[in-house]
Design a protein around this ligand. Sequence first.
Ligand SMILES: N[C@@H](CCC(=O)N[C@@H](CS)C(=O)NCC(=O)O)C(=O)O
Length: 287
Amino acid sequence: MADTAQPNAELLEWPKKDKRRFLHAVYRVGDLDRTIKFYTEAFGMKLLRKRDVPEEKYANAFLGFGPEHSNFVVELTYNYGVTSYDIGTGFGHFAIATPDVYKLVEDIRAKGGNVTREPGPVKGGSSVIAFVKDPDGYIFEIIQRASTPEPLCQVMLRVGDLERSIKFYEKALGMKVVKKVDRPEYKYTLAMLGYAEEHETTVLELTYNYGVTEYTKGNAYAQIAIGTDDVYKSAEVINHVTQELGGKITRQPGPIPGINTKIVSFLDPDGWKTVLVDNEDFLKELQ
Ligand SMILES: N[C@@H](CCC(=O)N[C@@H](CS)C(=O)NCC(=O)O)C(=O)O
């Protein structure tokens, strides 16, 4: 099919019919053991797996609140010899839901965590939140929420045009807007997008600050990985949507040499990266 041809309606429906799930957020840290210690002791995450790839001079650690076949997790990357990164201004935070923000924040402080915003109601709203920084400077929002199946509940990124981003994530990724909040008194609008309600699963929180259209990306945060049943069909839709809204495919669909897991990688209109990973191949990696 030529790039300019209109894809059929059935293909454009595919992202909504596909089995999509947030798998992990990938980012770089300067000392793997330091972060593992902090996330397990201060946040209460579990270390799920670790792999060292000396021939490529990097190592990974996967941590989360539940197993990877059901929960969203973080994939930390350590590049041999690189001890610090620039987080940039566009990355916002990861979030952890807990029934008692005050208690978790005290535990984090006791483990040497840097509390940058004390617990209390969010400005302009009523949810109780706090902000803490991890050893590399990544911000974690701590959010009060009665028990949830997915404590690792948000990835927040700043975008330059919220309506364009919403269209992109709806059309290219089949997400739904599960919440939208405008706080004119604080000059921002945010949208929560995902595959289920906020308390059920991880959501992508996109924040638009009035009048701000550009942010720096730094080199620390990398991408979100999302599961799919068909990377090839997904790539056809993404290719179409990027022509309409911006963004681009950065890695054509197909198996990764060596691992054989099929993926497709792409950038959204702001340059934020997503990787779609074949669901079956991913489960094989976990065995
Ligand atoms: N200018 C903010 C807009 C987003 C925002 O303010 N988010 C809320 C949480 S939803 C917040 O951080 N509030 C600060 C507070 O309540 O102290 C940003 O880009 O991070």
